[in-house]
Design a protein around this ligand. Structure first.
Ligand code: NAG
Ligand code: NAG
Ligand code: NAG
Length: 383
């Protein structure tokens, strides 16, 4: 109302100084207009006093009404609805604190369908995205997707893509450095914010699923153990990287090595993001040549939850060509013979029993393999 008054006074002032120059007719019109404005103001004040501002606003802008209805303030939904937008301005410290909330009652008071969170740790683009789209197709309620790429990379997925709007706030992550573990913890923490996520799978842009979604979901959700690769390597690239300064938190017989591509359940994900005991030790005493991303999670979970991990990864890589890095497959490698081998010749333990289904994912596949993989996936991978 105060805004409405201002023009009135200024107009009155200007009228008194300029009235002689104005024609009679115009002054009359102006006065009439002022009276009209004043009447409207009085009427508005009266209406607001009588009916209350809120009702006036909502009845005047009916479009707002559905929004108000969709956000019941004291409903359980407030706690169980996933965040509508993955972009937030929380710092890592704030994010990890928020993500560390754990319900004390194990029974959920609502129908909860456990989802698998697929966490893509990438540099930039996802060249094999079309293959993953096909893998996810038709299973909307059973998975969620999170993508951590270099902050400088701007993702451009179409609205219809399963990757659309699934990028989380990221920071630079370097191989072998603590920043890589931070990126993985950041993915876990963001995924933990959605209470329906029960399983957390870390994959990269060069990974492919080796079985269809149905098989993958059943395998992960029915496993007694989480799949964290962890073994005691007596050689220079295993125990050789242990630093006695990590005592007393970590001794040499607890030191583990493993692949960074893991699958963990909610409980282990919480342990990982809320660890403050081992993190500073690794940060300080696992120097670049230590390759902290190969040791921190395997060692942490071996100490904190050794009875809950299978000590093996779900992701197959080919080390047979030797060298410091596993083989990267190109278009010419992806033959029918090769595809058959992705399911054959495996032996492992699944729920303490021998199994021939061991790896649900495989890497590393170059972008050039996409057409061949799309052609052969229906017959050999079942999707
Ligand atoms: C390492 O610590 C564990 C648990 O505290 C203990 O059982 C084990 O004997 C220790 N090993 C060595 C070599 O000190
Ligand atoms: C994994 O290794 C730990 C020792 O590091 C062991 O206690 C645990 O039983 C192993 N898990 C399985 C499933 O064998
Ligand atoms: C998934 O793959 C399995 C075996 O690989 C097959 O029996 C099943 O029909 C496939 N499911 C779908 C939905 O295609």
């Amino acid at each position: 109302m105060e805004e409405g008054k201002e023009p009135v006074t200024t107009t009155v002032v200007s009228r008194s100084s300029q009235s002689r120059g104005l024609p009679q007719r115009l002054i009359q019109l102006l006065a009439l207009f002022l009276v009209f404005c004043f009447a409207i103001s009085l009427f508005s004040i009266y209406m607001i006093r009588k009916t209350g501002v809120v009702t006036t606003v909502t009845s005047a802008i009916p479009i707002l009404q559905p929004c108000v209805v969709e956000q019941p303030k004291d409903d359980l939904d407030r706690w169980i609805m996933p965040p509508s937008n993955l972009i937030h301005t929380m710092s890592d410290e704030e994010l990890f604190w928020r993500a560390s909330f754990v319900p004390q009652l194990k029974k959920y008071p609502f129908a909860r369908v456990p989802k698998i969170a697929f966490m893509f740790l990438t540099k930039g683009p996802l060249p094999l995205a079309p293959l993953w789209e096909r893998f996810f197709n038709g299973h909307k309620l059973l998975y969620s997707i999170y993508v951590h790429s270099l902050p400088s990379y701007e993702a451009r997925f179409p609205f219809t893509s399963v990757f659309y709007g699934r990028q989380i706030p990221s920071q630079v992550a370097e191989w072998g450095r603590m920043s890589m573990c931070d990126a993985e913890r950041r993915l876990l923490a963001n995924a933990l914010l959605d209470i329906s996520n029960e399983y957390f799978v870390l994959v990269s842009e060069s990974c492919i699923p080796v079985y269809n979604f149905t098989v993958t979901y059943r395998y992960i959700t029915r496993s007694k153990y989480s799949f964290m690769g962890a073994f005691d390597d007596p050689g220079p690239f295993g125990r050789g990287r242990y630093n006695p300064n990590m005592l007393p938190e970590v001794n040499i017989s607890q030191w583990r090595k493993g692949s960074q591509w893991f699958e963990v359940n909610r409980k282990l994900a919480s342990i990982i993001i809320s660890d403050v005991t081992f993190y500073p030790k690794f940060q300080e005493f696992c120097r670049p040549a230590c390759y902290v991303d190969e040791h921190y999670f395997p060692t942490l979970l071996t100490i904190r939850a050794s009875n809950l991990i299978a000590n093996r990864s779900l992701t197959w890589v080919d080390w047979s060509r030797g060298g410091a890095h596993p083989a990267t497959f190109g278009a010419n490698d992806v033959t029918e013979e090769f595809m058959k081998k992705l399911h054959e010749g495996r032996e492992c333990f699944y729920n303490d029993k021998p199994s021939s289904v061991c790896d649900l994912f495989a890497r590393k596949f170059a972008p050039s393999t996409l057409p061949r993989l799309q052609l052969l996936a229906p017959k050999f991978l079942g999707y």
